[in-house]
Design a protein around this ligand. Structure first.
Ligand SMILES: [Zn+2]
Length: 183
């Protein structure tokens, strides 16, 4: 997400600030903060800073793996990862989770035993673990391949690049390596 896109679609400001953007700020400043907040959310992080200090200053954020990190919004916008600790730790877990109410499946990668990431998804309603493959050095390649194959086979993500309707699940299952655990 970029400030330019937010300015073109000002509804995103309300989305980013959950209804009430701070008063008395210029549109450019609000758009910069909104873009940052939306990018953090896209990467499954949580904002932990008190006050916006401009796009060039570091801002405290909790990443999806619960590391406290301080990305600079201007740098994050150029598609660097949210958290320097996560960038240094190679992803070696591939998982598929499902929300039984919305009937949406999501796949993704993380590192270690994956429990922090899976608990974050659980709180978002993704309570069913469909598949988990730990100590899997090709987790990132599988994620990339999965996205490409789904797209090539006509499955459209309903959010981001890795959230799909249930009807994609048989296809996803058919690609998963048998070495992982199917639950
Ligand atoms: Zn991290």
């Amino acid at each position: 997400m970029t400030p330019e896109r937010v300015i073109k679609n000002p509804d995103l400001i309300r989305v980013a600030f959950a209804g009430t953007p701070p008063a008395g700020r210029k549109l450019s400043s609000l758009a910069a903060e909104a873009a940052f907040r939306l990018t953090v959310k896209e990467q499954q992080g949580t904002c932990a800073y008190q006050e916006w200090k401009g796009a060039l200053s570091p801002h405290d954020v909790m990443c999806a793996n619960k590391h406290l990190c301080s990305p600079r919004p201007s740098v994050l916008q150029r598609r660097q990862g949210l958290c320097s600790q996560c960038i240094r730790t190679p992803s070696d877990v591939f998982y598929v989770v499902r929300n039984p109410y919305t009937q949406i499946v999501k796949f993704g990668i993380t590192s270690g035993n994956g429990s922090d990431r899976l608990n974050t998804h659980k709180r978002d309603g993704f309570t069913e673990i469909v598949y988990i493959h730990k100590n899997f050095s090709r987790a990132r390649q599988l994620e990339d391949t999965m996205k490409i194959l789904l797209r090539n086979c006509g499955f459209q993500p309903i959010r981001g690049h890795e959230y799909f309707r249930d009807n994609a699940l048989p296809f996803i299952r058919s690609i998963l390596p048998v070495q992982g655990v199917f639950l």
